[in-house]
Design a protein around this ligand. Structure first.
Ligand SMILES: Cc1cc2nc3c(=O)[nH]c(=O)nc-3n(C[C@H](O)[C@H](O)[C@H](O)COP(=O)(O)OP(=O)(O)OC[C@H]3O[C@@H](n4cnc5c(N)ncnc54)[C@H](O)[C@@H]3O)c2cc1C
Length: 455
C-alpha cells in the first residue's frame, strides 16, 4: 500500500541529501528523507570508540568565507556550527617538514624538492597559460602530459599525492582543468586566468576550518534547523524509483511512497538498477563512473606526538597519507591528555582491505617510529569520500536527469571543488534548476527573513 503523498522524497541522508531536504523544506515543501543505514550523515558524521570521538575520515571544511556550503548555511541554518581555523598544510618528505608552497614565491623557495624540478614545473605552468589561449579543452589534458619527463621521483610523488587527494586519481588520469578552475569569476576566460592569478598570490588555506565537536556538529546543526514538514526514515533502502516519463513512486524494502519530486543522493552509478529503461547513453555514462576508495587509520595516542597546529601531507608513505591531529583542533575529541590522529589514504581500484590496512599502518610507523609505543586505540574505516573521481577516462553524473522531476545531488553530480563543498555546489545547482522549472520559488523564506530583518 502507498504511504502519504510528499512533495519531495530525498533518497539518502548524507550531507548532500540533508542539505537539499533542509533547503526544500524551508522553501515550503513537505519532504521525506529515506536512508538505508541505521544512522544519518553518510560519510559526514562522528561516533564514539573507546572514549575517542571519531569522524568519518579526517576533514577540513573548505571555503568557509564565501563558498557554496557557507551560502547554504547563511540561507537555511538556524544554528551555525563553530569552526576552528584549520592551520597550515605541511609537507613531510623523509624527516623534513615544510609548509605547502601555496604561491610562486614560496614554490621557488620550497627546499623539499630539487631546484631544477621547481624551475621545470614553473616552465610547464607557463606552457599551460599558453594552452589556455589556444582554446584547448583542459578536461582532456592530463597533468602527466604537462609535467616534464626528467623530474625526480620525489617531485613526481609530490604531484601524484596532490592528484590523489584533490581528485581521487593518479597524475596520469587527472585533468589539468581540476587545478585551473575558479569559483568566483563567472566568464570562462576570466575564470581560468583568475585561477592562475590565485596561484601567484594566494597565501594558503585561510578560509578552511574544523567543526568543533566533530563532523556530527554539522549534521546536528542541520537537524535542529529542520522545520516540522520534514520526516526522516532510517533503515529504509530504496530499491526502485518508478517512473513513466516523470517520477511517480519510490519503493523501499518496507514501503512505497508517492511524491511529486525525487532528489536522489546515493551513487549515481546505481541509478540504472533503480530505474527501468533509462536512456542507453545516459546509463552507459553512469556505468563508467569510477568511485574514489579511501582508508582511514585513527590512532589514539597516550602522548601528544604531533605538536604543530595544522595537517601534514606524507609523501613518503605508501600509500600516500594525509595526517590530521584532530584533537589539536578540539581536545574533547580524545580522553584527557591523549591525542587523536587520523591518517587518510586514497587507494587504488582493486585492493585487499586487510593487506592494505597492514601495509598502511607499517608505512606510517616506519616514518614516525616513536608513535608505536603510545598507541592505545586503532580504528579503521573503509569509506568512499567522493562518489566519482574527476578522472579523464571515467564517467561522471549530473544534477539534471532525463526523467522529469528527478534530480541528483552529491559528489558524483558536480565537477567543482571537492568533498562537502562539491556536495554543496550540487545542492545549489539542484535548487537553481528546480527554480528555473518553476518547482520552487526563488529562495522564498530566505528573502522573507531578510525583509523582516530589514524592518
Ligand atoms: C577519509 C575522508 C576524508 C575526507 N576529507 C574531506 C575533507 O577534508 N573536506 C571535505 O569537504 N570533504 C572530505 N571528505 C568527503 C566528504 O565527507 C564527502 O564528500 C561528503 O560527505 C559526501 O556527501 P554525499 O551526501 O555526497 O554522499 P554520502 O555521504 O555517501 O551520502 C549518501 C547517502 O545515501 C545513502 N544511500 C545510498 N543509496 C541509498 C538507497 N538506495 N536508499 C537509501 N539510502 C541510500 C547512503 O547510505 C548515504 O548515507 C572526506 C571523506 C573521507 C571518507
Amino acid at each position: 500500500m502507498d504511504n502519504d503523498n510528499y512533495d519531495v522524497v530525498v533518497i539518502g541522508a548524507g550531507i548532500s541529501g540533508l542539505l537539499t531536504a533542509l533547503a526544500l523544506s524551508k522553501e515550503g515543501k513537505s519532504v521525506l528523507i529515506l536512508e538505508k543505514e541505521e544512522c544519518i550523515g553518510g560519510v559526514c558524521r562522528s561516533y564514539e570508540v573507546d572514549g575517542y570521538r571519531i569522524d568519518t575520515g579526517p576533514h577540513a571544511i573548505t571555503r568557509l568565507e564565501s563558498g557554496p556550503f557557507k551560502e547554504l548555511m547563511d540561507r537555511y541554518f538556524d544554528v551555525i556550527p563553530q569552526f576552528v581555523p584549520f592551520g597550515k598544510y605541511q609537507v613531510r618528505i623523509g624527516n623534513d617538514v615544510k609548509p605547502f608552497p601555496w604561491n610562486i614565491n614560496s614554490w621557488l623557495k620550497f627546499g623539499l624538492i630539487p631546484k631544477t624540478d621547481r624551475l621545470l614545473i614553473m616552465k610547464s605552468l607557463f606552457n599551460t597559460l599558453y594552452l589556455l589561449n589556444t582554446g584547448k579543452n583542459l578536461n582532456d589534458i592530463s597533468i602527466q602530459e604537462l609535467v616534464p619527463d626528467n623530474i625526480s621521483s620525489t617531485t613526481r610523488r609530490f604531484l601524484d599525492w596532490l592528484c590523489y587527494f584533490l581528485v581521487g586519481t593518479s597524475i596520469e588520469n587527472t585533468a589539468v582543468s581540476r587545478f585551473i578552475d575558479n569559483k568566483t569569476h563567472k566568464s570562462s576566460a576570466v575564470k581560468y586566468i583568475g585561477n592562475i592569478y590565485d596561484f601567484f598570490v594566494t597565501e594558503g588555506a585561510k578560509d578552511q576550518g574544523y567543526p568543533k565537536g566533530g563532523l556530527q556538529s554539522i549534521v546536528n546543526s542541520i537537524l535542529v534547523s529542520f522545520p516540522k514538514n520534514v520526516e526522516i526514515k532510517t533503515s529504509e533502502e530504496v530499491v526502485k524509483i518508478q517512473c513513466s516519463g516523470k517520477v511517480e513512486k519510490v519503493i523501499t524494502n518496507h514501503n512505497s511512497y508517492k511524491c511529486n519530486t525525487v532528489v536522489y543522493s546515493g551513487f549515481a552509478s546505481d541509478l540504472p538498477h533503480l530505474i527501468d529503461n533509462l536512456p542507453y547513453d545516459y546509463a552507459q555514462n553512469l556505468n563508467k563512473i569510477k568511485k574514489v576508495n579511501s582508508l582511514t587509520i585513527w590512532l589514539g595516542l597516550n602522548k601528544k606526538i604531533f605538536k604543530n597546529y595544522g595537517s601534514e601531507m606524507w609523501i613518503d608513505s605508501d600509500p600516500y597519507a594525509w595526517m590530521v591531529p584532530v584533537s589539536n583542533y578540539d581536545s574533547t575529541m580524545a580522553p584527557n591528555g591523549n591525542q587523536l590522529v587520523g591518517f587518510a589514504f586514497t587507494l587504488p581500484d582493486d585492493y585487499d582491505s586487510n593487506e592494505m590496512r597492514k601495509k598502511a599502518l607499517d608505512s606510517i610507523i616506519r616514518i614516525q617510529p616513536d608513535m608505536e609505543k603510545h598507541i592505545e586505540m586503532i580504528h579503521y574505516q573503509d569509506l568512499i569520500p567522493e562518489k566519482a573521481a574527476w578522472d579523464i577516462n571515467s564517467g561522471f553524473g549530473d544534477v539534471e536527469t532525463p526523467i522529469n522531476n528527478l534530480y541528483c545531488v552529491g559528489t558524483d553530480t558536480e565537477k567543482r571543488s571537492a568533498g562537502v563543498s562539491r556536495a554543496a555546489y550540487s545542492v545549489l545547482r539542484c535548487l537553481e534548476i528546480m527554480e528555473s522549472e518553476g518547482n520552487i520559488h526563488k529562495f522564498q523564506i530566505f528573502n522573507e527573513e531578510l525583509e523582516l530583518a530589514a524592518k
